[in-house]
Write a new protein. Sequence first.
Length: 469
Amino acid sequence: MDDNYSQAHPLTFTDFLEKMKDPRAADLVRSIKAFIASFKSAPPDATLHAQKVQQFLASCDASFQTHPLWAGTDAACIDAAGEGLEKYIMTKLYDKCFRLASSDREGDEMLSSYLRALSSFVKPEHLEIPNYFTNETQWGLAQKELHKINSYKAPRDKLVCILNCCRVINNLLTMTNSGPAGADDFFPVLVYIVIRTNPPNLKSNLEYIRRFRGASRLVSEAAYFYTNMESAAQFIENINSRSLQMDEEAFLTCMASCGIPRERLLPPPAAASPQSAAPAPSASSPSTRSSLPLPPGRALPSDIPPLVASRSVAELEAEGIGHLIDAEARGELRNVYRWLYASAGDLTVSDAESVLSAYKELVLRYEALSRAVAAQPAVDLPSLIELCGGGTTLPAATPPAAHPTPPSYAAAVVEERLSVPAPPVGMEATTGLTQPSMNSPLPPNEALLGEEGAAAGVEEAGGGGSDFG
């Protein structure tokens, strides 16, 4: 293949297979085939298999950087080679790696039985989904995308099914709201779509993606929506009457009529202890309220927010990630931070890249923390102390000692988003599905009706796929 063409048009999966037939790829081919052969006699161990695959993919990614076949190509072509390799290897190893652990199979059976039962009686109002978010056409499209997850063998292609499902939901909420949707709107709809779809082997598919999708590629929007899908599955596994705003007896009766034993849904009995007589914490009587006696004639209003222990910077930063992503999607950061969307070429100093990288991370850390702090309920401490009979002067707080922290997930999420071109307006506005592109964060599969998907996705769904060498 002409090198100039390769740079302008990153490899598709078919191109990757052709490239590996080049005599110069003989060393890579031997290594890949030996790696696949090593699984034939390996004992079934999901954790060990995942470690081996991740290490091999990382090793090959490094080899592509210096291999003569990719000399003079850009980062997108090298990344496409890594995507092609992951697809090839996991297609060959699918039967050795999918639903390998007994916990995967047991989780599938339990989750599927819950979904089957819930789909018989759960309505949007049980999840507090407003009527104006109801759109059977869009919901049907989201279900269709999620249901395709079992048609593919590559972790990337399975992940694309999740991504497309979530994008359809997100676009529906965005159009209905006339603006970006928040997590409080998105998550209940996602749970409802999962209940309606009841995709087979959902638990195993999520575990398979987590174990075998290249760790360096499970980032950005894909990581965000994957985490939401995991959370939806966990929500359903732990569902109870309060989750659905239902009377407990009515909930248990509905589930029992679909074959779910009542005892499986009830919490285990609490072990007796000296403290067991104390009432359990609840929203109306949180355990953080003070047990100290009040002065005579004083009463503590029940609606005062509870006092909680201060949280670490890391905890606050993690909480602010969602607010930061929403703000970036609305374009709020672009107008405030001059260099956030700049490239290294926009600077003239010799160390432009390091300065720009440090500046971006600083901005993202600050935004994540500030938005998390702003979202906390305000507590008027002087008034509260005066109300309880104490003084109104507090000692000065001792600032926490500074400590270095690793690059944050928030920085990684938004940094990746900054480098991804927006999908075509016509496609994004109607379905949320992106155009086929092997160098996108998530190259799509056949579900997106692209040339690459038609060539690679269907081939995967049919079995072993093409070979080389």
